[in-house]
Ligand binder design. Sequence first.
Ligand SMILES: [Zn+2]
Length: 384
Amino acid sequence: MKSARSFTGVLATAAVLFLSAMPFQAQDSTQKLLEQLSNAPGPSGAEEPVRALMVAHMKPLADELQYDGMGSVIARQGSAGPRVMIDAHMDELCGMIRRITPNGFLTMQMLGGWLDQALVDQRWIILGSKGPVQAVTGIRDTHVIPPAERTQVFPRDSLYLDVGAKDAAEVKAMGIEPGDPVVPDSPFTVFNGTKNYLGKAWDDRLGCALLIEVMARMARQPHPNRIYYAATTQEEIGLRGAITATQIVHPDIAIAIEGGVAGDTFPGHPEETQAVLGAGPALFLYDSMALPNRKFVTLVKQTAAANNLPLQLDLVTGYGEDTAAIQESNGGVPTVNLVAPVRYTHAHNGILNRHDFDQLVDLVVALVSRLDQNTVENVKNFAP
Ligand SMILES: [Zn+2]
C-alpha cells in the first residue's frame, strides 16, 4: 500500500511539473472559433451543429442571410458589383449506422474518403435521437490473433461499433437506429504549446472559420462587390451543397477555401503533394477534379507578393473540392482553391498551423479587396 501511495504521489508531482512546464496560452477569439468549429459535429447531410455556429457568427456581419434547399448557408455583404463567392464546406468525414446486431453491436456505412486503417480502434460519437452516444470501433486482440493477421489492414466491412450494450434492445434504448450519423470523437488540443492545433475536421472547418474572419474584416472596409460567403453541405460525398449554393449565388468569380494536404511528413511523397505545414497558405494548381483559372492564379500570386505573404504552389494527385462544382455553374466561373495545409486530413487527428490560417485570412482579404468590375471582367475574358 505504501509503495502504491508514493507511486501515486510521484505521478501527481510529475503532472504538476508537466503542466507548469507548458507555456501559458491565452485563448484569443480566433483560437476559440477554430476550437468551436473543430469540435462541432457536422456529418454530411446532418450539418446542423456547424450550421448553427455559422449562422450565429455570420448573422451580425451580413446584409442578408439565406439558405439553399440542401442546407448551405449563404451570407451576403454589399449590394452592387460583381458576385464574388467565397466557399467552404461544413461537413466532415463521417459514418452512418447501418445495422444493429442481436448481440448489441453496430455496423457502419462510411461516408467520404476514409482509409480502412483509420477506422479501427477509434472513439466515435453517434448522434442518436436521445443525444450523443460514445462508441468505439472494436479491434482484434493481439493475444489470440493468428500471426498472419497481425500485419493485416482490416477492411471496413469487418469492423463494428461497440457502445457497451448487451443486446439490440439496450442499443435501441440509447436512442440509436439505422441512419444515425457517426462522427470522430477527437477534441481540439493546442499541440504541446506549439502554434499547431490538433483536432478533427480541419477539412474544412478551417474554411468555415475563415469565412467568419474574412466577413468581420470586410464588414469594416468599403468594397465594390457583392460578396457571398457560402458554407456548403455534403462536399465530402460529391460537392452536393456547392452545386445548389451556386444556383442561388450565380457567381461571377469564386474562391474555395480548403484544408490542403501537407506532404512534409516522414518518409515524404513529393510527387503526391508539395505543401509544407507552417510555410503559409497554398494555391492548388491542379487536383483531380478542377483546374484553376490561369488569370486568377496570376492575380493570387501578385496579391501575395504585394502583401509580403508566403504562397505555396501545390499540385495534388487526388482530391476534389467545391471549385469543381462552382466552375461548371452559371455558364463557367473562374475559380481558385486556396488552402491551409493540414497533416492527416481525413482522419481523427489532423494538424493545422495557426500561422498558416492567419496568413490565409490575410491573403483572402487582400485578394477580395483587389476585385472590382474591371478586374473580374478581365479574369473572365477569354477573347484572344
Ligand atoms: Zn474539404
